[in-house]
Design a protein around this ligand. Structure first.
Ligand SMILES: Nc1ncnc2c1ncn2[C@@H]1O[C@H](COP(=O)(O)OP(=O)(O)OP(=O)(O)O)[C@@H](O)[C@H]1O
Length: 573
């Protein structure tokens, strides 16, 4: 836990020292009044009590009270500001880290789970640590100061009080073990509930159309119940051990009273000393009892910290090397890749795409075409071999520079819940209005926006759900045109367009790919006849390579696919 706390507090280490200092001053102010009270008791028990002295001490106590109010407010404000600042910095760091992960990270970890690290786990830390830091410091500093006082008065009674500390340890250790054992499943149940809820809300349209709302709601309800039972267990099972530890403290206090009375009867201590122990002894235990409960909550918080640190330490695709390619040819050297461990999706892929030439990827569904395009875009990293751009391994090109090199027009187009204009602008954030409209025009976006009441300022809805598939694709082509990157990846760019628009889009694409290095995936072989090279894939391996004419003469898969498409082209329904 200390390691985790050190790690997270390093995000605002400058302020940490100041917060601790204020908390120490605060805990001394909490302990001080009982010390001052003793002066009154001692004075009252003296043979000739000096009332002026007593009144002065009462005056001092009043001043201390005001000071305590100031110190308490200051330390509370400081620690709250510090913890909220810390958690904001932590969230920003997590956000920055998450954007540098490969897509593989998001496939392995549920989006609901990642969201819960960012929201719930950081909130856990913020809520718990913000409030516990004061209690912890009073327990450590307040108890140390009081113990020193008590040892000066009578070391035997002080030792008797402190004897309770090792005795509570086994109960605390057991409770601690139970919290760490039950905390993780509880957090997992909470995340599972979040993920199920997200899935339910996102998929509600499809659930309704298949009449599965009730069935999925049951799954959601089960996840609520699971969370309930795990939360109850987490609270109820370690609870009795904490109560027992608190009772051990009371027993320690009773033992001290008994010992004190024994010493009093033997005249080895005086009444004021016993009264001192009765007052201070109880005060000694109070912060410890509070911190004991806090400690368990802190252990629970540590489970959240583990998950935060885990995300922060997951390797990203970031590189400190920043080699800049001199040209934009693409080289696949013995590349193998699998989405899952022990599963090969691509095996020993070798090809070379000279700068400003076009390579087409062809093959039956599931043969690995999209995977090759995704590897070039670094959505994933290769397991074996190298992909080079301009002779440089793409893993050695800095992320910011790398994404300037590539434009993608993929099957799945994601649009942000913003205007059409702004969705195109993403391709080049500093583009002028003229440039954006020109790209929109070339990609046939203007031809449908003029029919819309708000034109290019029409909001597209979440993920672009207010537009048709073809319209979304045109926007993504406009984005790529605007970006004007030297490498273009096209994945079935014209799949969801009607034949008339397809002709226009093909023209726009011709414009887009002019003087670019292009990798194109097209199911319609007629569109790639002019490609400089065609690579045919089967089950993740290259089975043919050549030009359209060469492959037709090969009489192999490409020829078969071509013949089928030629026949299908003649069909009319
Ligand atoms: N995210 C993923 N996780 C696990 N397996 C995947 C993932 N994406 C694709 N695959 C698998 O990898 C293999 C290759 O898929 P890929 O999408 O590259 O094929 P494709 O040739 O582009 O297919 P299509 O023409 O149907 O788009 C398939 O067996 C597919 O099931």
């Amino acid at each position: 836990m200390i390691k985790n706390l050190k790690y997270v507090t390093s995000f605002n280490s400058k302020e940490t020292g100041k917060v601790i200092l204020w908390e120490i001053i605060h805990s001394i102010f909490i302990a001080a009044p009982s010390g001052i009270l003793l002066v009154i008791i001692w004075e009252l028990f003296s043979e000739q009590p000096n009332l002026t002295k007593v009144w002065s001490v009462v005056g001092l106590m009043t001043v201390m009270l005001f000071l305590q109010f100031f110190v308490a407010s200051k330390s509370m404000v400081n620690s709250n500001l510090w913890v909220y600042d810390l958690s904001t910095k932590l969230r920003i760091a997590l956000g920055n880290r998450i954007q540098k992960f490969s897509l593989g990270f998001f496939k392995k970890r549920d989006p609901g789970e990642i969201a819960s690290v960012m929201l719930q786990d950081v909130a856990n830390f913020e809520g718990i640590f913000g409030h516990s830091v004061g209690n912890l410091s009073s327990a450590v500093f307040g108890t140390t100061v009081l113990s020193l006082f008590l040892f000066v008065y009578d070391w035997r009674l002080a030792l008797c009080l402190l004897m309770a500390l090792p005795l509570i340890y086994p109960f605390l250790a057991l409770a601690n073990y139970l919290v760490s054992k039950m905390g993780r499943p509880q957090i997992e149940a909470r995340n599972n509930m979040g993920a199920k809820f997200l899935e339910y809300v996102q998929g509600i349209q499809h659930l309704k159309s298949y009449g599965m709302v009730g069935e999925k709601h049951k799954v959601l309800e089960d996840s609520f119940k699971d969370l309930k039972s795990k939360s109850i267990k987490l609270e109820a099972v370690p609870g009795p051990f904490i109560v027992t530890a608190a009772i051990v403290f009371e027993i320690g206090f009773l033992a001290m009273i008994a010992l004190g009375l024994y010493y009093l009867s033997g005249n080895t201590i005086t009444i004021p000393v016993l009264i001192t122990f009765l007052i201070m002894g109880y005060n000694l235990y109070s912060p410890l009892k509070v911190v004991m409960v806090d400690y368990l909550i802190l252990r629970y918080m540590n489970e959240s910290l583990n998950r935060i640190v885990d995300v922060m330490e997951t390797p990203t695709m970031e590189t400190t090397i920043n080699e800049v390619p001199a040209n934009f040819d693409i080289h696949f050297e013995d590349v193998s890749f699998g989405y899952l461990e022990k599963q090969t999706t691509l095996e020993a892929i070798n090809f070379y795409v000279p700068e400003q030439s076009m390579l087409a990827l062809v093959g039956y569904s599931g043969s690995g075409k999209t995977t090759i395009a995704s590897l070039i875009a670094r959505f994933w990293d290769v397991d074996h071999g190298q992909i080079k751009i301009g002779g440089i391994d793409i893993r050695n090109i800095h992320q910011d520079h790398f994404y300037e090199l590539i434009s993608e027009v993929f099957q799945e187009v994601y649009l942000f819940d913003d205007t059409i204009y702004n969705n195109i602008k993403i391709g080049k954030p500093n583009a002028t209005k003229e440039e954006i409209l020109e790209a929109a025009d070339k990609a046939e976006v203007l031809s449908f926006t003029w029919e819309l009441k708000e034109g290019m300022d029409t909001k597209v809805g979440e993920g672009g759900n207010k537009l048709s598939g073809g319209q979304k694709q045109r926007i993504s082509i406009a984005r790529a045109l605007l970006k004007d990157a030297p490498i273009v990846l096209l994945d079935e760019a014209t799949a969801s367009l009607d034949p008339e628009n397809e002709i226009y889009i093909q023209q726009a694409i011709q414009e887009l790919v002019k003087s670019k290095t292009v990798i194109v995936i097209a199911h319609k072989l007629a569109t790639i006849q002019k490609a400089n090279q065609i690579v045919v894939l089967e089950e993740g391996q290259i089975v043919e390579k050549g030009t359209h004419t060469e492959l037709l003469n090969n009489e192999h898969i490409y020829r078969k696919m071509w013949d089928i498409q030629q026949k299908a082209g003649g069909w009319k329904i």
